[in-house]
Design a protein around this ligand. Structure first.
Ligand SMILES: Cc1cc2nc3c(=O)[nH]c(=O)nc-3n(C[C@H](O)[C@H](O)[C@H](O)COP(=O)(O)OP(=O)(O)OC[C@H]3O[C@@H](n4cnc5c(N)ncnc54)[C@H](O)[C@@H]3O)c2cc1C
Length: 276
C-alpha cells in the first residue's frame, strides 16, 4: 500500500504504526528506499501475509472434503421461496423440491431480495485490464501485490504466467452493460497508468478487459448473524472491498453459533446495525 502524495505521508505512517504494533510483518518505505519504478512518497510493504491459490480447484476441494463429512450439494438449483415455521424453515427450489431445515444460512452474495426487503448495500462497479505475458518485471519489487491510497483506489498484481492485472476507476453505480464508451474510457486510463508506473516494462499489451460489480456498506463490513424477525434465518454476506475475508470469518462465527457459542466480534457485523 502506498501514496504518491506528500499530504498523505502521515496517514500511511499511522497505518504502518497500527500494523507494526499489532505484530504484522511490515516495512516502512519512502522516497529514500523506494523499491519501485513509480513515484512513491510513503508506503507499507507487508510480508508473509498472503498466498496465491486457484479458487476453482480450492472450492472443489472444499466441497469434496465437506461431502465426505456428510454435506449434500445440489448444483444449478435456484432457491425461489422460503416458508417460515416455528422450529424450521422450508426452502423451495425452482424444481419444486423442498428442503426442510432447522437453520438456513443465506450466502447468496448480493442477491438478497428473496429473503428480506432490507437494502443491505450500495453497488460499485470496478474495471480491470489484464496484459499479455510480459518479459520482465523491472521496477516491480518481488512482484508484490500493490494498491495505492487514492479514492477510488487502484490495485495491481501479476499472474503465474507473467501477466499484469490492474484494476480501479470504480464508479458508484451499475452501468448499463452496453455502455462501452464508459468502459473503454476506464480501460484506457488503466492502461496509461500501468505504462506510466512501469516504464521499464516495454512490452505491455492489453489482452483482456472486464468489469464487475461489488456491493459496499457504510462501514465496509459485511453482514453475519441472525435475521431480526426469523431466528432460524441467518446471513453470511461478504460485502465491502474485503468481502472474501468477511465470508470466511462468517463461516467460522456461524459454526460457533450453531454449537451454542457467540463470537464477541459478531456484533460488528450485525444485520440491523444501520437501522434507525
Ligand atoms: C471485481 C471484483 C473484485 C473484488 N476484489 C475483492 C478483493 O480483492 N478482496 C475481497 O476480499 N473481495 C473482493 N471482492 C468482493 C468478493 O468477491 C465478494 O465480497 C465475495 O465473493 C462475496 O462472497 P459471498 O459468498 O457472500 O457471495 P458470492 O461469491 O456472490 O456467492 C453467492 C452465490 O449464491 C448463489 N445464489 C444467489 N442467489 C441464489 C438463489 N436464489 N438460489 C441459489 N443460489 C443463489 C450465486 O449464484 C453465487 O454462487 C471483489 C468483487 C469484485 C466483483
Amino acid at each position: 500500500m502506498y501514496t504518491a502524495k506528500k499530504d498523505e505521508i502521515n496517514a500511511i505512517k499511522i497505518e504502518y504504526d497500527y500494523r507494526k504494533n499489532n505484530n504484522f510483518d511490515v516495512e516502512y518505505i519512502n522516497e529514500d528506499n523506494n523499491k519501485f519504478s513509480f513515484d512513491l512518497k510513503a508506503g507499507i510493504l507487508s510480508k508473509n501475509g498472503g498466498a496465491e491459490i486457484d479458487p476453482y480447484k480450492f472450492t472443489h476441494e472444499l466441497l469434496n472434503i465437506s461431502q465426505n463429512n456428510g454435506l449434500k450439494v445440489y448444483e444449478n438449483t435456484e432457491i425461489i421461496d422460503l416458508k417460515y415455521y416455528k422450529d424450521y424453515i422450508e426452502v423451495i427450489t425452482e424444481f419444486g423440491n423442498i428442503v426442510k431445515a432447522k437453520k438456513v444460512i443465506v450466502a447468496t452474495g448480493y442477491n438478497t431480495k428473496l429473503f428480506t426487503n432490507r437494502n443491505f448495500a450500495t453497488k460499485t462497479t470496478t474495471f480491470n485490464i489484464a496484459t499479455k505475458p510480459v518479459k520482465n518485471f523491472d521496477g516491480w519489487y518481488e512482484k508484490v501485490l500493490i494498491r495505492d491510497n487514492c479514492d477510488p483506489y487502484n490495485y495491481l498484481r501479476t499472474t503465474f504466467d507473467n501477466r499484469i492485472i490492474i484494476g480501479g476507476e470504480d464508479v458508484d453505480f451499475v452501468p448499463d452493460i452496453f455502455d462501452e464508451q464508459l468502459a473503454n474510457k476506464k480501460y484506457d486510463i488503466l492502461e496509461n497508468r500501468l505504462k506510466n508506473m512501469f516504464n521499464n516494462i516495454k512490452d505491455i499489451e492489453v489482452d483482456h478487459k472486464y468489469c464487475g460489480t461489488f456491493a459496499s456498506t457504510l462501514d465496509n463490513l459485511g453482514f453475519i448473524g441472525e435475521d431480526t424477525k426469523h431466528n432460524n434465518l441467518w446471513y453470511n454476506l461478504g460485502y465491502g472491498a474485503n468481502g472474501i475475508l468477511f465470508v470466511i470469518l462468517g463461516g467460522m462465527m456461524l459454526s460457533k453459533l450453531y454449537h451454542g457459542e457467540k463470537d464477541k466480534d459478531m456484533r460488528l457485523f450485525k444485520v440491523d446495525r444501520f437501522d434507525n
